[in-house]
Structures are given as structure tokens and as C-alpha cells.
Design a protein around this ligand. Structure first.
Ligand SMILES: [Zn+2]
Length: 345
């Protein structure tokens, strides 16, 4: 992509490889000129091309969605993800289902509304829309044109196998290169982006709480919501939005070396996780709450007076809170609340 980064093109898409089997022009023709790195072992040929060189999720289409350039998709993906998941949770918020009470972190929506009197949902909605328009314009300027170079899968795998061949037998090196090219490197890039974004957001968020000027003028906007709800996840001052929600992803994407399509996926996942962390529900079947202890139940502590200087980590993992002693668990919070009540009595 890029948001200013070199294009590595290890993986160009996570969509099924359909076009490989069609009789279209440029992309397939270009692919047919590629050598087969596995010619000695390959048993899957199509028109003389070893399909084992091509990851199953790769698409040769010039854009993942017909008619939508990939760099536009990367801009639209997080906004679409934000409102789809927010709408789902808003629907739950407006239901009077008794069964939901058990999963709500702050009892009923009426109770949440009574705590969020400092800013109306309408103001939150329009502020988020404004942030997203600003982010899209900035992202468009930073993204530039979509990158459509066709990755040379065979050569890349051969190169990895050759480097591994220094310490492994050629057969083992070839098999490991197969795994690394298809899964190892793309997953490592995704993990790098996640850890980078976490690091950026943790220190910036913590600084906004320890620096009086930053809190009073910028981060206090976000804390006008005493009890968070899904579509308020990105309710921030424009300056904070620029620092956290634009610069953070740009840096994460740049350092990880992801392709445009990988970045679209990453932006969508990061946005879904952010919305979910503010949703106000503790759902047993929610995969976004199961993959990390840093979830809605964890982040909610940060919104409470007693946890205001804790649980800064966002959006993926809690390691910075654990390493730097700013983690507060539910048990710890309850214990402190009980202690302070005893003192008062
Ligand atoms: Zn905060």
C-alpha cells in the first residue's frame, strides 16, 4: 500500500484464487510466464503452470472488489466495519430483552444513558462521522495509487528456500519455505502491525492521562462517555483522532510492510476490535472478546474513576499494561472499592 511504505507484496489478497482458472488476459498471462519453483515436486499443473506456487487466497484480479481500487477498499473497510458492528450493538442496546441483562456490563441502556449526560448520542454520531471523513481525506492523500505489481510467487519462495538451505536440507528448506511464504510471513506481518499499533496507542494514551494539558484539551472528550457504547468508540477530539486513529495505523502499516489488501484487512480488524472494546457487552460467543484479555470488560475499567490511571492498552493486547504495572483486574478493582468503603465507614 501505501501509506508511504515500500510495497513488499508477499501476499496480495485474502480472497479465493478464482481468476487463475479463468481465461482472462493480462494477469493470467503474466502469471504463466513465471517459472515453477517446485517443478521437481509439483503435481498440480494447469496449462503448464504449477498452482502450488500460488497461495489459495491469492487473486489475480486488479482489484479485490470489481470496480473498487484496492486503496479505496483499504479506506472504506474500517468505516464499513465500524458502522456494521456498531449497528449490531446499537440494536442490542435498544432491545428490552431480559436475557441480555446478564451480558451487559452496565445493566440497562437507560442506566448507561443516565451516566452519559455530558454528550448526546447525536453529537457523538456526528463527531465520529466528521472524524471518519477527515481520516478518509488524509488517508487518500497518503495512500496514493493502488499497487498492482504481480508478485512473483515462485521466485519469492525460491529465495526463501535458498536462505533456509544454508542450515537445512533442500527438501526441508523447500517445505518450510512453502509454509513461511503462505502463512508464516503474512501472519508475522499482521502481528507486527498489531504490536506496533498497540505500542503507539498505549504510550500516547498514557501520556494523555499524565499530561494535564493533553487530557484537559483533547483526551477528556473521549471520557465524556462515562460508560462506553459501540458507536462512541471513536468519539475523540480531532487532534487525538489524528494522532491515534490516523498516525497509529499508518505507522503500523509502514513498519509491517503489508500489501494494500493485507492493510485493508488489518484496518478492518483493528476497527472491529476497537468498536467491540467499547460495546458494553460481555458476550461469551464474541470471538473478538475471546482472543485477548484486553476486551470490553477489561477496557471498561479504564472508564471508571478508580481505574482511570489503569488499563491504557488498546486495541489488541494487554502486555504493555502488564509489563509497566498499569493493569487493573476486576478483582483488584472490587477489592479497592471495598477497601475505600470500609475506610469511609
Ligand atoms: Zn483514557
Amino acid at each position: 500500500m501505501s501509506l508511504g511504505s515500500p510495497q513488499i507484496d508477499i501476499v496480495h489478497s485474502f480472497s479465493p484464487n478464482l481468476s487463475l482458472f479463468s481465461s482472462d488476459g493480462l494477469y493470467r498471462s503474466a502469471f504463466k510466464r513465471q517459472p515453477c519453483a517446485m517443478s521437481a515436486l509439483c503435481f498440480s499443473y494447469l496449462d503448464g503452470v504449477c498452482t502450488e506456487d500460488v497461495p489459495w487466497y491469492y487473486s489475480f484480479e486488479p482489484s479485490l472488489l470489481a470496480g473498487v481500487p484496492d486503496h479505496h477498499l483499504a479506506l472504506a473497510a474500517p468505516i464499513t466495519a465500524y458502522w456494521l458492528l456498531s449497528t449490531f450493538f446499537h440494536y442490542l442496546d435498544t432491545r428490552d430483552w431480559k436475557g441480555l441483562e446478564h451480558y451487559r456490563i452496565h445493566s440497562s441502556p437507560d442506566a448507561i444513558a443516565s451516566r452519559n449526560t455530558r454528550v448526546s448520542p447525536t453529537a457523538v454520531f456526528w463527531t465520529v462521522i466528521f472524524q471518519q471523513i477527515t481520516q478518509t481525506v488524509l488517508g487518500y492523500m497518503l495512500l496514493g495509487q493502488a499497487h498492482i505489481r504481480i508478485p512473483d510467487h515462485a521466485s519469492k519462495r525460491t529465495s526463501i528456500a535458498q536462505q533456509l538451505g544454508v542450515v537445512l536440507s533442500s527438501d526441508k528448506a523447500s517445505r518450510l519455505a512453502y509454509f513461511m511464504y503462505r502463512w508464516g510471513i503474512p501472519l508475522l506481518q499482521l502481528l507486527t502491525a498489531m504490536v506496533t499499533l498497540d505500542t503507539w496507542q498505549y504510550f500516547l494514551h498514557r501520556w494523555m492521562h499524565t499530561n494535564r494539558f493533553m487530557f484537559r484539551h483533547y483526551h477528556s472528550w473521549h471520557h465524556r462517555l462515562d460508560a462506553p457504547y459501540a458507536f462512541g468508540a471513536l468519539y475523540n477530539h480531532p487532534v487525538e483522532s489524528l494522532l491515534l486513529d490516523v498516525l497509529g495505523p499508518v505507522i503500523a502499516e509502514s513498519l509491517s510492510g503489508m500489501s494494500t489488501r493485507q492493510s485493508a484487512l488489518f484496518f478492518a480488524i483493528a476497527t472491529l476490535k476497537t468498536v467491540d472494546d467499547h460495546c458494553g457487552y460481555r458476550l461469551p460467543f464474541d470471538p473478538l472478546q475471546m482472543v485477548s484479555r484486553n476486551n470490553a470488560y477489561y477496557h471498561d475499567i479504564h472508564y471508571q474513576k478508580i481505574g482511570f490511571k489503569y488499563n491504557f492498552a488498546q486495541p489488541f493486547f494487554a502486555h504493555w499494561d502488564i509489563l509497566l504495572g498499569t493493569q487493573m483486574t476486576r478483582e483488584e478493582m472490587q477489592r479497592r472499592k471495598q477497601n475505600s468503603q470500609v475506610k469511609v465507614e
